[in-house]
Design a protein around this ligand. Sequence first.
Ligand code: UTP
Length: 298
Amino acid sequence: MKKVRKAVIPVAGLGTRFLPATKAVPKEMLTVVDRPVVQYAVDEALEAGIEHIVFVTGRNKHVIEDYFDIHPELYDTLTRSGKTAPLASLHAMQLPAGAVSFTRQQEPLGLGHAVWCARDIIGDEPFALLLPDMISFGERGCLAGLIELYQRVGGNVIAVEQCDPTETDKYGIVGKGKEVGRGFAITEMVEKPSPSEAPSNFYITGRYVLQPEVFALLGTQERGAGGEIQLTDAMRRLAQRQEFHARPYEGRTFDCGSKEGFIQANVAFALARDDVRELVFEPIAEMIAAQQRRSAAA
Ligand code: UTP
């Protein structure tokens, strides 16, 4: 079984759910506490043993490339002024030279098209795919568990979580087959089914291990829902000849591409951080109590 060495992180989307901020700032660079959203995906990939990261970028996203570069003037200034802690944090996030590639998606034609743009850099090996606006919050990141299941079953593995059964029409839903370790075989994949037609309430959360055969399918694919080249359509076709398994994530995932997910992620990560919790816990608790009093009085 081939090792999963490379990860694709697509960052070329327009982020229309987060306008007007995303008119000038890529949504992947919005910060959760003090780190851009994309940094969480990179850390999760490294934690899972990924050796090379491929970003699929687009217009107005050059700041993401700058972010992963070395910044000599800044490092010199921090060194001269003895600011060792921020300097150490910058060194810690530095990706090794040659361990990161950037390719362009010239037009945002959909997630499937963005993934296809990475085909030559990935080559003929399985790869991880992380949607960076979905950030995982738990004892460990989501991708590590996915790779563990991949090492047991091979093929393709997708991360899932359970949604409210009345809300299946918001998500890509998978059907649940035979249980394998901490995961299960996927029997079908359905895009946004109504609650009465959904095969389960397990929804696809934005972490995948995929086989390279998906590229050929994406390359020949017609545009699907929303006029975009859909990854789910290609996975459904691939599932006719290769196995797909699902691995429920034991933590939770925040959709930082939505306002509510982004704000919840900020609160969750702030309260989980030893250096920030004390600073924000009481003010947040007071704001919630004041809002509850206003709601009760209304
Ligand atoms: P989303 O569908 O959440 O991103 O794609 P979006 O299209 O930017 O968001 P909205 O709905 O308009 O607010 C998930 C990931 O795939 C990337 C996005 O950058 C995001 O990280 N993506 C999406 C691309 O790289 N290219 C695309 O054509 C679409």
